[in-house]
Write a protein that binds this ligand. Structure first.
Ligand code: G3I
Length: 363
């Protein structure tokens, strides 16, 4: 290791891992401040339960300049009955964000998961367009002017369904055909002209045939949206990554991102986490390989100036969606996020710092 590498990596690492636990939260580098110098937003998804815990909210306030509700803006939570909307939990996150100078992402307005039970009972091909427009008008209208970006449609591409256009054979597609995308984005633009309207999806990131097929279908969708003059400003790369002994390649991702930039889209990393379940039991080694993947991914994606925000899907391992699955299945707990279950920083946090320090400033 040369002197520069030593200063860049080892000293900050020692600073994080040598102070006492009580002093640590105060002395931790603030990712949001480091990122602000590069005009980059950083943050994470948050649940309502987490928002009730002081130690967690202190950490979130110190580290994040942008937050997103993990579940509380989805149809099931926010639209529990046909004629009733429940904004209480999402409003709580909005007021936390405003209090701490953070931006808020909206997630999401149209998805095939987490739909309320009433939906399938009342919806027909005839009224589906009205119901979608009404939901978006109410929800995006409620938060109008206060949302950084809305994931308007989430995960509309699923090449495994075998359609030539790559679209997912979702309930929305069955009810309305591909036009549901145009309906959703036009309704969102009308309800909140200030929000950056985003398309959000997964499995776009690493090299490999499965990811190639997904990238091709997503790019095709974005081109179609531009041709149809559908109002949309950004692409969300969810970035649910999987650690392995060897790092993946990102060559195809770079080409894809360049093509997306040429279509004049901003790009947000919306749901970054690293699943470590394919790794061995040794925690130190798992944390190192997870951090290596964070470092490598974040050394690559922000090379594209279109990347304006990086959010992890949760902040601490304790509350990661991957661990709800692990607990349900009685599997070993996973360590996918920058902070551990005691809210202590992990090597992945250091990797984020290194990557942000190394990133060039954007406009
Ligand atoms: O709140 C209920 C609770 O009342 C009930 O007792 C319990 C029983 O299972 O379920 C609870 O709801 C769960 C909810 O998470 C809150 O914990 C749902 O069952 C569960 O399906 C839901 O999972 C969420 C999942 O999306 C499905 O909506 C995860 O928390 C959330 O992290 C995950 O997030 C998605 C993004 O929205 C889109 N991209 C992928 C990402 C990960 O799957």
């Amino acid at each position: 290791m040369d002197r520069r590498e030593f200063l860049n990596t080892t000293l900050p690492r020692l600073a994080i891992f040598s102070v006492s636990a009580s002093a640590r939260s105060k002395e931790l580098p603030r990712l949001r401040e480091l990122a602000a110098r590069k005009n980059l937003l950083v943050g994470s998804a948050v649940s309502y339960a987490e928002l009730q815990q002081v130690a967690f909210t202190n950490l979130l306030a110190a580290q994040a300049s942008i937050v997103v509700s993990e579940n509380d803006m989805k149809w099931q939570r926010i639209h529990p009955e046909p004629d009733r909307f429940d904004f209480a939990r999402a409003d709580a996150l909005l007021s936390f964000a405003m209090q701490h100078g953070q931006k808020l992402r909206g997630h999401n307005l149209c998805w095939h998961e987490q739909m309320p039970n009433w939906f399938s009972q009342v919806t027909t091909p005839e009224n589906a367009g009205y119901l979608l427009r009404r939901h978006i008008s109410e929800v995006a209208g409620h938060f109008a002017g206060q949302i950084h970006s809305w994931d308007v449609v989430n995960e509309a591409v699923h090449v495994e369904d075998g359609r030539p256009d790559g679209l997912r054979n979702s309930k929305w597609l069955q009810l309305l055909g591909p036009d549901y995308l145009a309906i959703a984005y036009r309704a969102a633009a009308k309800a909140d002209p200030k929000a950056l309207l985003t398309y959000n999806d997964y499995d776009i990131e690493q090299d490999g045939p499965k990811f190639d097929a997904k990238r091709k279908a997503v790019l095709r969708l974005l081109i179609w949206m531009r041709q149809e003059k559908i109002p949309i400003q950004a692409l969300g790369l969810q970035s649910h990554l999987r650690a392995a002994a060897k790092l993946p390649g990102w060559t195809a991702l770079h080409q894809f991102m360049t093509a997306v930039e040429k279509l004049d889209f901003q790009i947000f990393i919306t749901e970054l986490d690293v699943n470590d379940s394919d790794l061995g039991p040794d925690i130190e080694q798992r944390d190192r390989l997870v951090a290596d993947l964070y470092r490598d991914y974040l050394a690559n994606v922000p090379q594209h100036k279109a990347v304006k925000a990086v959010l992890t899907w949760g902040l601490t391992d304790r509350d990661s969606w991957l661990n709800s699955l692990s607990r349900r299945r009685g599997e070993r707990l996973r360590r996918p996020l920058p902070f551990d279950s005691e809210l202590e920083p992990k090597p992945a946090f250091q990797a984020e710092i290194d990557a942000i320090l190394a990133a060039s400033a954007r406009a």
